[in-house]
Unconditional design. Structure first.
Length: 525
């Protein structure tokens, strides 16, 4: 048994990711949450235009320039006796690998929907990943300060497009310029827009009505809201905490991240309803967070987070027990023992040393090249189990890369090796010519790579697009004579041989001609 205090600490953790289609407002919402968490004093903006201050979680140079999130970032804050680990993820599908892995490290997710657009493609995909993992999902209908879709239509989309039942925790009174506030079904009050804090809330009577003295009752929008609330009470789903925690029912909040409306109420409710750290599956079955022995897994590796440090950080989700700086752990994959003496907690790229952390927390470990994404770390001298493999994607797009300046070979190699270790791009070498070939799931990954090679390693690169390919690895030996332009034989960074096929047809043709060559795709789990 754990001592009470470690158990209490574990139970106070809330670890979640913010997910959605690009531009729905994840980073903006994250910024407001950090504001309530008291960890930043002014909210920056995604583009930083007016104030020159950027959102905390878009810390990478290229993110600031383009106003999009490229990589997930983790931040910690305390709110109402809860210790919150929040992960802001990129929405763009070219970066979804990072987002999918991040989702393995959380216990719940906040799905942000741009209410002017409704449910978009990438949201559908990310939702499905959460559902498969049984993660509870909280929905934030964003951008109510603009004229958007009808709220009832948005709810219908949740059920029809995503197939999840919903319970609106609050309901908008108007929208756009006429957005007056929300009718809060959970706290039984009306929260008004642009009203000073002391007058912002109007308590509702037993019938769920505001006192007639309240000015808002004079508005037709209020009447419309009441009608819709009645409809929801009669025909909508019932509130059920149990179904929320099972991921069967999503609580829905309406608000606006940019104008900071409804965000605090969302946070208040979220910390009440969101689950504490959950067990994680391993080769030895489920591992409970309150188990005595320390364990965790690495879900992300990031080089050069801070230009002043220029080192590599491995992100660890602690799954059980307690972490103490200086402790010894075993890396399950290699059996190697490591002393964890350099550990950090984050505010995006800002960090401070952490001496103690518990299950549910996400910490950064200094990585001299010891870790790989998916590694299980276990306290003490023996690793008795490993956590489930993390999702990995087969690259679809390929390029050849060289350093523009041959004198920069050394830096080029260094950058290549370090950025490839982050897991978003894969490195191959062609067998005869020893050319460097990179594979990724999307074009934007290459743009980020080029940008970072320049910014972080001071190397200009030349890119030669190869188009899309199908990668298949070879089991056993294979003759180099089988390599051709349509079925290019390459080695991955672990020296395993693979073919890059021009297309499906080339793959099938090859298999028919060479039935003895056993091909497989290691990323299909
Ligand atoms: N009108 C309005 N605009 C918003 C709101 N929230 C965010 N935006 C704007 O929407 C744009 C995208 O916001 P982000 O927070 O970067 O969106 P994101 O989901 O983090 O985008 P990616 O990280 O690229 O996937 C920015 O221009 C924001 O200022 C809102 O509540 N109302
Ligand atoms: Mg973002």
């Amino acid at each position: 048994m754990k001592t009470e205090s470690t158990k209490d600490k574990i139970l106070s953790r809330r670890t979640f990711a913010i997910i959605s289609h690009p531009d729905a407002g994840k980073t903006t919402l994250t910024e407001q949450l950090l504001l309530f968490g008291g960890v930043i004093r002014d909210a920056g903006t995604v583009k930083g235009k007016k104030t020159g201050k950027f959102a905390t979680s878009d810390w990478m140079e290229i993110e600031k320039q383009r106003g999009i999130s490229v990589t997930s970032s983790v931040m910690q804050f305390q709110y109402k006796n809860r210790n919150i680990n929040i992960l802001d993820t990129p929405g763009h599908q070219d970066f979804s690998e990072d987002t999918y892995r991040t989702l393995t490290a959380v216990d719940s997710a906040v799905m942000v929907i741009d209410s002017t657009k409704g449910i978009e493609d990438q949201t559908i995909k990310l939702f499905q990943v959460c559902r498969k993992r049984g993660i509870p999902i909280f929905t934030f209908m964003n951008k109510l300060d603009r004229i958007g879709k009808d709220p009832l239509e948005l709810l219908a989309e949740l059920e029809e497009v995503l197939g999840i039942e919903s319970y609106p925790m609050n309901w908008p009174i108007g929208m756009g310029k006429e957005f007056l506030g929300v009718y809060d079904r959970f706290y039984n009050r009306i929260e008004q827009v642009r009203v000073e804090e002391k007058d912002r809330y109007i308590d509702l009577d037993e019938e769920g009505r505001a006192p007639e003295s309240a000015a808002i009752t004079q508005s037709g929008l209020y009447d419309k809201c009441l009608e819709e609330i009645e409809l929801l009470s009669e025909a909508g789903n019932e509130f059920s905490e149990e179904r929320i925690l099972n991921g069967e029912l999503t609580p829905v909040f309406f608000g606006s991240g940019l104008t900071n409306f409804g965000v605090q109420t969302f946070l208040d409710t979220y910390v009440e309803l969101a689950p504490p750290p959950q067990p994680r599956h391993s080769t030895e079955g489920e591992i409970e967070p309150t188990e005595e022995a320390f364990s965790g897994f690495i879900f992300k590796i990031q080089a050069n987070m801070n230009p002043a440090h220029r080192d590599r950080i491995a992100f660890l989700r602690i799954c059980s027990g307690k972490f103490e700086r200086g402790m010894n752990v075993t890396v399950a994959r290699t059996g190697k023992q490591v002393k964890l003496s350099q550990s950090t907690q984050f505010m995006a790229d800002d960090r401070h040393t952490v001496d103690e952390a518990v299950a549910g927390d996400i910490i950064g470990l200094y990585d001299p090249g010891t870790y790989q994404i998916g590694d299980t770390l276990i306290g003490g001298g023996k690793a008795q189990f490993q956590y489930d493999r993390l999702p990995q994607f087969t690259p679809e797009l390929y390029i050849k890369v060289t350093a523009k300046n041959v004198m920069k070979q050394k830096q080029f190699q260094k950058g290549l090796t370090q950025l490839v270790q982050e897991g978003a791009i894969q490195l191959f070498r062609s067998l005869h010519l020893e050319e460097y070939i990179l594979g990724a799931v999307g074009q934007l990954q290459f743009e980020v790579f080029e940008h970072r090679m320049k910014g972080e390693y001071n190397v200009d690169i030349t890119i030669q697009p190869m188009g899309s390919k199908i990668a298949r690895w070879v089991e056993g030996e294979v003759s180099e004579n089988l390599s051709s332009s349509r079925s290019l034989l390459v080695r991955d960074r672990y020296e395993n041989k693979a073919f890059l096929f021009e297309n499906d047809f080339a793959l099938r043709w090859f298999q028919e001609k060479n039935p003895d060559v056993k091909l497989y795709n290691p990323m299909e789990v």
